[in-house]
Design a protein around this ligand. Structure first.
Ligand SMILES: Cc1ncc(COP(=O)(O)O)c(C=O)c1O
Length: 377
């Protein structure tokens, strides 16, 4: 259904459940930017938005590889896309998850950032005794998150000193030896990826081993209100020119792992106003629904009141409360909306496809149901 029709329909619906709009054309456009512009392989980080229809859209657009973080993601993607290439990029995994991934789902690429995890992967997959090496072993290194809106420098990643030892150990067991990093999500400056590559090259140089595979991770940003990052192609140019000058990496197969960049524009939502108290509007979506990032990180949100008034009147600065009884279910704003906003009105929120739906919970019995519409064009 064309966008305007969906929005009109969404406005007229008074069922009280959130309305989710899916925008396949946006995902097709986002993934083709990567498939045509990035000189390497792109794997989609499924965690950002695991909706089967999005995964299918990406596959039909030509994407063949997926970054999976858990055995549930692996099962889901494998059942949906039997021929997809799945890379288990979570550096800490249970033995059971590794075993099932390897034996039942043909996963051959595993990341790690400690000697314990490396030994675990080798033992569980039988590669510690195997003559023929079949694994891609990918060392996650720690890099700065200073340009990112969401830090990812603390939880995972071997330090430079640890990485040298780990690379040497993994080289003996790996068919393909890789390095990966993550510069943090919504990284606003491509220099972070450049610095990550330089650090990876220095580590490889010190370890004196051949690196076959290099992933620059995710972090590719999308425009949100008040955040205007350079376009993806700018990031690609920096990555391509940097890697071309790095002696240990320039022959390596290059990868990236975008999550947000391929999913943000896939979903928009229409929420209903249930009440208005002074400058707070109480709506039927929020932190525990599809509006995680605006609520939790106070990111500006693209909100439009759906109304047919040619003159919506004066605008005011609003905060929003979601439908649960929790004070934290709150979007601070200021969100510019007409002052005459009233119960029953509908607000359209754009670009909420990344880490929104994926983080939705049933807390308070809210966000259990929704209505979905596919937007054409
Ligand atoms: C290993 C890994 N790769 C890729 C991503 C995707 O990151 P982004 O959504 O910032 O592109 C994540 C996100 O958490 C991740 O953990």
């Amino acid at each position: 259904m064309p966008l305007q029709e969906v929005l009109m329909l969404a406005r007229s619906r008074q069922q009280g459940v959130p309305i989710i709009l899916k925008h396949p054309a946006a995902a097709v456009s986002a993934v083709s930017t990567f498939l045509t512009g990035f000189r390497g392989q792109t794997m989609y980080a499924v965690k950002a938005n695991p909706c089967p229809d999005l995964l299918r859209t990406l596959w039909e657009s030509g994407l063949r590889s997926f970054d999976v973080a858990s055995i549930h993601e692996i099962r889901n993607v494998r059942s949906l896309l039997p021929y997809a290439n799945l890379n288990f990029m979570n550096p800490i995994k249970s033995e059971q998850a590794i075993r099932e991934a390897f034996t039942s789902h043909n996963v051959r690429c595993f990341s790690f950032d400690t000697a314990t995890e490396l030994r675990k992967i080798l033992r569980v997959t039988g590669q510690d005794v195997a003559v023929t090496k079949t694994l891609t072993l990918c060392l996650r290194i720690q890099v700065e998150s200073s340009h990112a809106r969401l830090n990812m420098s603390r939880k995972f990643g071997a330090t430079a000193g640890e990485a040298v030892t780990l690379l040497k150990a993994a080289r003996m067991q790996a068919q393909i030896l890789g390095i990966c990093f993550h510069v943090g999500s919504q990284s606003m400056d491509p220099d972070a990826h450049r610095q990550g590559l330089i650090k990876a090259d220095n580590i490889a140089l010190e370890a004196g081993v051949k690196i076959d595979w290099m992933s620059v991770g995710g972090g590719f940003p999308v425009p949100y209100p008040g955040m205007n990052p350079p376009p993806p192609i700018h990031y690609f140019d920096v990555i391509h020119s940097t890697i071309a000058e790095l002696p240990r990496l320039r022959e390596a197969q290059l990868w990236c792992e975008p999550g947000r960049a391929l999913s943000a524009e896939y979903n928009s939502i229409v929420a209903r106003v249930e009440a208005v108290k002074k400058n707070s509007a109480y709506i039927n979506n929020g932190l525990y629904g599809d509006l995680h990032d605006p609520a939790r990180y106070n990111w500006p949100v693209d909100a439009t009141l759906l109304c047919d008034l040619t003159d919506p009147g004066d605008l005011g600065d609003f905060s929003l409360y979601g439908p649960t009884c929790d004070d934290d279910d709150f979007i601070r704003g200021p969100i510019r909306l007409p002052k005459k906003i009233a119960p029953g009105d509908a607000i359209w929120f754009r670009n909420v496809g990344a880490y929104g739906t994926a983080l939705r919970t049933k807390f308070n019995g809210c966000h259990v149901e929704d209505e979905e519409y596919f937007v054409t064009g």
